[in-house]
Design a binder for this molecule. Structure first.
Ligand SMILES: C[S@@+](CC[C@H](N)C(=O)[O-])C[C@H]1O[C@@H](n2cnc3c(N)ncnc32)[C@H](O)[C@@H]1O
Length: 191
């Protein structure tokens, strides 16, 4: 997959730059992280963006153990323990700015109105079909001018699913330039 990435200087070069980049574009409404695990990237998003509310979608049933963090074997902490620890931390750090939704990704997407979200970040099941399904479910929920993105673009199944999802609608995802690449797509005003 070396060299097969579309990078642009006016896009974030690292996923930790996505938060301020959203603010520069006036994207300060509601956002969703799909696949949260222990909330380390949620914390970055809450700290670095001005998103009004960040919805945290995860099943919190199994923990990621394999190379691309698909749900794997339990590692000593239950889903409840992980979620409770996120809530304890975020209640102190970001009170009122986050809401956990403990549901599978596609089911969770039905909670949101079409075109209502400023930002969605997909980092859940990294299999080809799951990423296709996640993009199909969440893309319509992002408002025109909003942003949809996701992690592990260098994972071959993710890469293929992202390209296959956006090619038919004429959109070319842009890649961050870091080891665990993210893909980023600005949703056009007219699709
Ligand atoms: C790689 S981890 C997320 C890491 C997190 N985004 C970060 O960067 O800190 C993937 C998470 O996705 C969750 N997950 C996997 N399949 C899911 C699904 N269908 N719906 C919701 N969450 C899912 C797993 O429970 C796991 O916690």
């Amino acid at each position: 997959m070396r060299g097969n990435y579309n990078m642009k200087p006016d896009y974030p070069q690292k996923r930790n730059e996505i938060g301020p980049w959203l603010t520069e574009r006036g994207l300060t409404g509601d956002g969703v992280e799909v696949g949260v695990f222990e909330g380390s990237y949620s914390e970055v998003l809450l700290r670095t963006s001005q998103l009004k509310t960040l919805y945290l979608v995860d099943i919190w049933e199994q923990v990621p153990t394999d190379e691309y963090h698909k749900p794997g074997k339990p590692c000593g902490r239950t889903g409840e323990q992980i979620l409770n620890s996120i809530m304890r931390n975020f209640d102190k750090l970001y009170p009122g700015r986050y809401r956990p939704i403990r549901k599978p990704s596609v089911e969770a997407s039905t909670v949101f109105v079409y075109g209502s979200l400023d930002f969605v970040y997909i980092d859940a099941d990294h299999s080809y079909q799951a990423v296709m399904d996640d993009i199909a479910a969440w893309l319509p929920k992002v408002k025109p001018g909003g942003v949809i993105a996701g992690h592990d673009y260098k994972c071959p199944a993710v890469h293929r699913a992202v390209l296959d999802s956006f090619r038919p609608i004429g959109l070319k995802p842009v890649s961050t330039n870091e080891p665990g690449r993210s893909w980023v797509v600005k949703v056009p005003v007219v699709l």
